[in-house]
Design a binder for this molecule. Sequence first.
Ligand code: BES
Ligand code: ZN
Ligand code: ZN
Length: 498
Amino acid sequence: MHFNLKINALKDELNFKNDSALVKFFVDTEKLEQLVDEFFLSLNYPLGKVQKKNFMDKKSDEFAYYSQTDEPSVIYVKKIKLDKHFSSDFFRNYFAGLIPSLKRKNLKAVHVVVPSFTVLKEHFECETQFVQGILEGIHLGNYTFDHYKSEKDKAADLSFFIHYSDQKILKDAIATTGNLMSAVSFARDLVNEPAITLTPSELASRTKKELSKLGVKVSVFDKNELKKRKMNAILAVGGASDNPPCLITMHYKPTVKTKKKIALVGKGVCYDSGGLSLKPTSSMMEMKADMAGGGAVIGIMKAAAMLKLPVEIIGVVPAVENMVNGSSYKPGDIVKSASGKSIEVKDTDAEGRIILADALHYASGQKPDEIIDFATLTGAVVVALGELAAGLFTQDDRLADELLNSGKSTYERLWRMPFWNDYNSMIKSEIADVSNLGPRWGGAITAGKFLENFVDEKIPWAHIDLAGPAIKHKSNNYTEKYDTGFGVRLIVNYLSKM
Ligand code: BES
Ligand code: ZN
Ligand code: ZN
């Protein structure tokens, strides 16, 4: 169940009604007991000794007071320690955890008293990012993917009242975050949707439906069109499924004059069984999410249109299912990609790089100022970085620095990997221009190096391997249940600064 959220800006003093909750933070070195005493006194609500003891959670430095009769109904007092464990993700993660816990409490409103920015300043990129983090946490905590559950609670109305001194910053952040997070939720819905429903053509039609109404032009190349354009790499990977492959292209052009045109390319493998180089069952479990790179690109297009970002964007998502039948492409095959370069297929499970070959070639042909691609490309990047960061591969230091900074501000973190040309020798083929399989070690890097073959070398390009953080993982409150939509907040931050 989720709430029908309404988020409001308030400057005035706290003014409680029945059925509401209050969230108050103290950034302090004093003992929690003392802070709680003073705060309840200021509310004209002296606490008894027993109450104080029962509601105190010293381990998490939190005091959660529940009352059946008095106003307000729930009071959360949380002490923040600015020690080495504090990060800019604190509020996002806190609210993402709080929202689900409010279910079945029959609350109508939640008042959040935002602490002063002055003391927290050094931990955030700017005041807007600080306020936005709180709002993002509320939206993320409210995300559910429960369309397939037959027993659902009815979504209840819940109003948030955010109390903050700077009304301009707060109101702007509420509007911006609302748009941004609806794009994140859209991306998450796509990634979480099982492959039985989200076929390549379904991905294309959902994209068209959602983006067309926002003024984004969406075109879909079907199998015939792919043949005409000699996109044999996409055709080879997608050839063994009853659900034919396609290439989704999107174009967002703002009305204002723009300085830059950016191409975003996303791996759209709606299901990755591995093909003839079949995966074991346990590795197939998450493979409905192998289009998370494509989902991120589609989500970014939606956010760009809703937020009216002043940058022209081309989105390119090759959508396929990597399956097995009599038409499967085979280890040993040589595929001639649209660029004219030939690919020796040594492993049909390294399919993402093959479809991206055609997609990156197509994107290069659009003559953008830069290209960024997103892909759940390798298990190797997860071995290297775990689930907390995506691998960043680029030769362009400016692009790297700016993307790394956006990663820090949004907490969708990137880690730059080596990308030396020495790795090229590892994907040489004796019989084709390039092999789709490198040696065991450094698999995420050789996968990136493979992609480099299909990008116009004059165009600055970055490759983001998000196989770790895009898929649900237990590291925090907003990634543990559902696939995450990783990349949307990151790139919208990057594009907003252009
Ligand atoms: N989709 C997988 C990569 C992946 C693994 C994504 C785990 C998310 C979680 C990709 O197509 C793949 O199978 N890669 C192979 C490449 C290998 C055959 C060179 C891998 O990483 O094992
Ligand atoms: Zn694969
Ligand atoms: Zn894959």
